[in-house]
Design a protein around this ligand. Structure first.
Ligand code: NGO
Length: 520
């Protein structure tokens, strides 16, 4: 293995120039050992299967979803291979990739799969289509990184032989993107969904509203986006999703087995809403738009009935756009709301969310109110509040700011990000166990893990990439793989092998010197 310095020098120009690698073969062929997140069980064998131009993708059975997963796989493999890869229902023959459902096989779980690469081809089996899809993402990682270049490259397309049996530790494997402080358009978010899927993340939480901007069109309250959608941090350009765009985004995510979780933050973090409608404020006067990065200064007017008509309209429209189970109501840092009012407010909103057939999710502060057992608290800072949620029988999603906040700087001198929770190295983001992270919050109360990317300091794809990658991969592994048997030493070698793949995908990741990056 080379020294860090030389490898970093290699990685930097490649990434900085945003180059697409178009070499035929990587320095090191992928192996079972380089997959992230680490599969549950793997049995590598000697040798390789070579995917050839006559290969087909066989979607066994009549499920349209299996064929759909097959088409996505074909779409991922065609650009680099140039192969036709027809998706067919006809029986498989040697050299094919076969996808099939085994609904009776309980050992596969809801999202698990079994992948076999033999001399005669590849088979992926799962109980549900989601598992098949995750299996195809593993298969991508077993192909040479040049499979990701998006343009024609010479093979050979060798896949190491062996078997993988896999399934997730947690059902909730999320990423939050703050599109309120700075707006990220539909194409940026779709690209992020694709990257999340490669690492088997299945929840995209969109922080849609905050003091600085309102990003989702609400038909019954059009000024929210006409006025509140215009602004962003630093006076940068705003933006918002029309309901049509938002629906398309949700559908795009859904076909990749990613559930979009919309967040409307309340009763604080609402300056953009108050600036749009004077009648929502207690004194009837609109505040000026806000483009700084302070928190905790705005509040909805808790005693006004109009506040609840407003929330009924907003939550109703958002719920109608959401096939998923959850609506996130924020609830964080309501420093300008009286504590008793806050509790009353959250309990009332909990009813509204329920009336629209959804479950309420909120930042851990909501545990100050009486929670239904089906509500979920998102831990970010206070072990005590996380415990209070658990004591009420609610489940918890873990986003501890010291581990899972992708907006914390890597090092004190890193140009992007904040430091209020300290700095978070690639190692820090990886090296923790959800089950022991918060005293009094045991594994069975944990729904899962979510990485959070707040956007005060980023407004471009490059900024997003640099803060999210490579730390997101470590968090994805925390959410999918058991912690036992893993170590930073072993993980960083696997991560190093993902560098060329991320580069081939055009991801401008932070080439942290903690990782012995592989040459593309
Ligand atoms: C806090 C705050 C956000 C900030 C973020 C920055 C929560 C839940 N509320 O996290 O408004 O953007 O920190 O790291």
């Amino acid at each position: 293995m080379r020294g860090h310095a030389a490898l970093v020098v290699l990685a930097v120009p490649l990434v900085a120039a945003g180059l697409v690698v178009s070499r035929a073969a990587p320095a090191v062929s992928p192996s079972f050992a380089s997959v992230i997140p680490k599969p549950l069980a793997e049995a590598p064998e000697r040798g390789a299967f070579t995917l050839g131009p006559a290969a087909r993708i066989v979607a066994t059975g009549t499920s349209p979803e299996v064929a759909r997963v097959g088409r996505l796989l074909a779409g991922a493999l065609r650009p680099a291979t140039g192969f036709r890869l027809p998706v067919t229902r006809t029986p498989g023959r040697a050299g094919d990739i076969a996808l099939s459902l085994a609904p009776g096989d309980r050992s596969l779980g809801d999202e698990g799969y079994r992948l076999r690469v033999g001399q005669d081809g590849v088979t992926i089996m799962a109980r549900h289509p989601a598992g098949l899809f995750w299996g195809t993402q593993t298969l991508r990682q077993l192909l040479p990184v040049s499979i990701e270049t998006g343009s024609r490259v010479e093979g050979p397309w060798r896949i190491p032989l062996g078997t993988i049996h896999d399934g997730p530790r947690f059902a909730w494997r999320g990423m939050m993107l703050d599109v309120a402080r700075h707006f990220f358009g539909v194409d940026e978010v779709k690209r992020l969904i694709d990257l999340m899927a490669l690492y088997k993340l299945n929840r995209l939480h969109l922080h849609l509203t905050d003091d600085q901007g309102w990003r989702i069109a609400i038909r019954s309250w059009p000024r929210l986006t006409q006025v509140g959608g215009r602004t962003a941090v630093n006076g940068d350009p705003g933006g918002f999703y029309s309901q049509r765009q938002y629906r398309a985004l949700v559908a795009y995510a859904q076909t990749r087995f990613v559930e979009v979780v919309p967040e409307i933050d309340m009763p604080g973090h609402v300056n953009a809403a108050l600036a749009s409608y004077a009648r929502l404020t207690c004194n009837g006067k609109s505040p000026a738009p806000y483009t700084g990065i302070d928190v905790g200064f705005s509040s909805l007017c808790i005693d006004k009935e109009l506040t609840y008509r407003f929330l009924d309209d907003v939550i109703g429209e958002v719920a109608a756009l959401t096939p998923g189970r959850y609506v996130h109501i924020g609830g964080d840092e309501a420093h300008s709301t009286d504590p008793a009012d806050y509790r009353r407010f959250v309990e009332r909103v909990q009813q509204i969310v329920r009336a629209y057939g959804k479950r309420m999710l909120g930042w851990e502060e909501i545990a100050r109110a009486r929670l239904r057992r089906t509500s979920v608290a998102q831990h970010w800072q206070s072990p005590e509040l996380a415990r209070r949620a658990v004591e009420q029988g609610a489940k918890v999603v873990l986003s501890p700011a010291t581990k899972a906040y992708l907006d914390m700087k890597y090092t004190p001198s890193y140009p992007l990000g904040l430091v209020w929770a300290g700095t978070t190295s690639v190692r820090d983001a990886y090296e923790w166990d959800p089950a022991t992270q918060v005293d009094g919050v045991p594994e069975q109360s944990i729904l899962g893990v979510e990485a959070a990317l707040w956007s005060e300091t980023i407004d471009t794809r490059a900024g997003l990439d640099a803060l999210a990658f490579p730390r997101l991969l470590g968090l994805a592994e925390r959410a999918w793989s058991p912690a036992a048997g893993r170590s930073w030493r072993e993980y960083r070698t696997r991560l190093a092998a993902q560098g060329p793949r991320l580069a081939a995908l055009g991801v401008a990741f932070h080439p942290s010197p903690e990782v012995p990056w592989q040459e593309p």
